[in-house]
Design a protein around this ligand. Structure first.
Ligand SMILES: [Zn+2]
Length: 461
């Protein structure tokens, strides 16, 4: 009898070590071939054709049998995701945007998200009898009378090896037990899916609100300034630092702290490390009581500061160092680039009092002024008000009237007919970050510039 290292069963290559590398390679290669064929057959892709073609013709090959084979290996995860990265670049108007923003514009989730979501759907169906599998063959229902959590909690089995930790019945437990009752108690599968998506989307915001709002004391006057007691704030920061250290070690990063979002090490304020460092510096007394953290923050900070390009801008992510993005495609917004990193630099200047940070801040201001008005609408994330806030920050930092004048110029441009005719309507026209709500904050702040601050980003308090 012939000895083999992998065997195909129901279309999935199962190998002797249960690592599924061969299966991942086969799925990637098939999906890649189909993507190339589609590309040859169509002249142009837009925001509606591309998702349709990708979801029906390519994605199924990457997702078939995912519950069994993952992928769990980081390299394989990246290779699988890369197919979708490549596909989303086919829409010409989105090509220059980072992956997360391309996905947002196309209303497509990442494949990583889809796998986690698929796992949750499978657990829901097993427990609610939606599929013909006995749930007790896979899980034990928790009988512990705990006050926390929902009534469908599962017991987490011991798992020593990586293969075991990646097995369906183990890897789903934390995610599942972490869901709120209203999600797991959903009465239909569709209701469950909708509630799950909403819950996970809100989680990101909650994390932001829990950390940022107390730090910045930018809560409404009815909420006391100290939202979380100091030890809870410190514990939260410790967790953030530990996760950054572990990731940095694993990835052999050049700095002691590093983070990734959707597999990309972003630097900017919306998804990246600059806002994380800024928050760590903003928690009163945190760095003073943690000399080792203070050292790591400072080292990382100095490295990031040094990444400023000759024109004053900052790259979007670590994989774009060395000017890999051509100048016309450079992003100079609050979410990516100098207009967001400037808040970290300004905070660093206030905390460590070194001139180099102030110098870098001023260069951020100059590039924002030179690049002029963004055509992506009036908002604060990637619009004119977001750029205008840079000047209000510099005005507060230096007292120099020149910056205030620049902010006023940007504000008055918003009201010109030319801007209103040529700028783009944001997806969420009234929202805080993209739409009018943020613009109103900017305009209101112009009336009292000595108290101005980008929403949730007050570095002076
Ligand atoms: Zn943005």
């Amino acid at each position: 009898m012939e000895q083999v290292t992998a065997e195909k069963d129901l279309g999935v290559f199962i190998d002797t070590e249960l690592k599924f590398r061969q299966q991942a390679a086969a799925a990637v290669s098939k999906a890649s071939r189909i993507l190339s064929t589609i590309q040859r057959s169509f002249q142009l892709f837009d925001k509606s054709t591309l998702p349709l073609l990708f979801k029906t013709l390519v994605r199924p090959h990457l997702e078939y049998g995912n519950i069994v084979w993952g992928p769990f290996n980081r390299t394989d995860q990246k290779r699988v995701e890369r197919i979708q990265r490549r596909a989303t670049k086919k829409v010409p108007e989105l090509r220059h945007l980072p992956y997360t923003e391309r996905l947002q514009a196309l209303k497509m989730p990442s494949l990583y998200y889809r796998r986690r979501r698929g796992d949750m759907i499978a657990v829901y169906q097993m427990l609610h009898g939606g599929i013909d599998l006995e749930s007790h063959d896979f899980f034990d229902r928790s009988t512990a009378r705990e006050t926390r959590g929902h009534s469908w909690r599962l017991v987490k089995p011991r798992a020593v090896t990586r293969v075991r930790r990646n097995a369906f019945s183990v890897r789903v437990i934390n995610d599942w037990n972490g869901l709120p009752s209203e999600v797991v108690d959903a009465s239909t599968l569709n209701q469950f899916k909708n509630r799950l998506d909403t819950h996970w989307a809100n989680l990101l915001f909650e994390l932001f609100a829990v950390l940022v709002a107390p730090v910045c004391r930018l809560t409404s006057p009815s909420v006391p300034a100290q939202v979380l007691p100091q030890e809870r704030m410190f514990a939260l920061c410790d967790a953030i630092v530990q996760s950054g250290r572990e990731y940095s070690l694993r990835q052999r990063s050049p700095v002691p702290l590093m983070y990734a979002y959707y597999d990309t090490e972003y630097l900017g304020a919306a998804h990246g490390i600059s806002a994380i460092l800024q928050m760590l510096m903003s928690v009163p007394d945190y760095l003073l009581t943690r000399p080792d953290v203070s050292r790591d923050v400072k080292t990382t900070l100095d490295f990031l500061t040094s990444l400023q390009q000759a024109n004053g801008n900052y790259p979007c992510a670590m994989d774009e160092l060395g000017g890999r993005r051509p100048e016309p495609e450079e992003l100079i917004h609050w979410c990516h680039g100098a207009p967001g990193v400037v808040y970290m630099l300004a905070k660093a200047y206030l905390v460590f009092k070194e001139e180099k940070y102030l110098h870098a801040c001023l260069k951020c201001g100059d590039i924002t002024w030179q690049k002029g008005l963004l055509r992506k609408g009036p908002g604060i994330c990637h619009g004119v008000a977001g750029s205008g806030y840079v000047f209000l920050l510099l005005y507060r930092l230096t007292g120099d009237q020149r910056h205030l004048h620049r902010a006023q110029q940007f504000a008055s441009a918003i009201f010109t007919e030319q801007f209103q005719r040529h700028s783009r309507q944001p997806d969420c026209p009234y929202s805080l970050f993209e739409g009018l709500a943020g613009t109103v904050c900017f305009l209101a702040d112009l009336m009292q510039p000595e108290k101005a601050s980008f929403p949730f980003f007050d570095i002076f308090s």
